[in-house]
Design a protein around this ligand. Structure first.
Ligand code: SF4
Length: 174
């Protein structure tokens, strides 16, 4: 009798695992996340931030996929086109760099997902150079006592997470 109950429980566990596997596959497909094994996810449960000592960069991509033995960061974004946005590309480039530094493996690309559509962004020499240059500019700005605003878009200030502390904020006309 005990053996029959154990076999029944094992069968139930097997069915549950199968259902979970299928449900993850369906979810990935419907959210535009490309095929690959998910190694890290920051979406359902907050993940531990990754940190690159070499570049003094930290961040949490939405996912890290293992694809053809390579780790690929994936970032899911909202907002209107045209896609992909330059600031999102730089954010993804930072994740590629962090991942390369923490894993010690070459990261060839990252993926941005807009409205369930994936955009592959090569982490090529041009983007690596751009990232280095932006980091240098940001670090130089941090050493200054004040940094002038670099845009005239009230909408950006409206959405900005720093608006509470900013002394140069632009207010939208109502
Ligand atoms: S609120 Fe300040 S920091 Fe934020 S976008 Fe506007 S000017 Fe820049």
């Amino acid at each position: 009798m005990v053996i029959i109950i154990l076999i029944f429980c094992a069968f139930l566990l097997f069915l549950t695992a199968l259902w979970l596997q299928q449900s993850v596959k369906r979810k990935k497909k419907s959210s535009g996340i490309p095929q690959g094994t998910i190694l890290y996810s920051d979406l359902n449960v907050p993940a531990t931030p990754l940190f690159s000592r070499r570049h003094r960069l930290t961040g949490k991509p939405d996912y890290i996929l293992s694809k053809q033995n390579r780790c690929i960061p994936v970032e899911v974004k909202s907002g209107k086109g045209p896609y992909p946005h330059q600031n999102h590309i730089l954010q993804l480039a930072a994740y590629c760099q962090i991942l390369e530094d923490t894993s010690g493996e070459f990261v060839p690309e990252g993926i941005l997902v807009y409205n369930n559509v994936p955009y592959t962004i090569p982490f090529d020499p041009k983007l690596r150079f751009e990232l280095e240059s932006v980091m240098k500019t940001m670090r130089a700005s941090l050493r200054k006592s004040s940094v002038p605003r670099n845009h005239d878009e009230p909408g950006r200030c409206h959405r900005c997470s720093m608006r509470r502390y900013c002394t140069d904020i632009l207010i939208e006309n109502s």
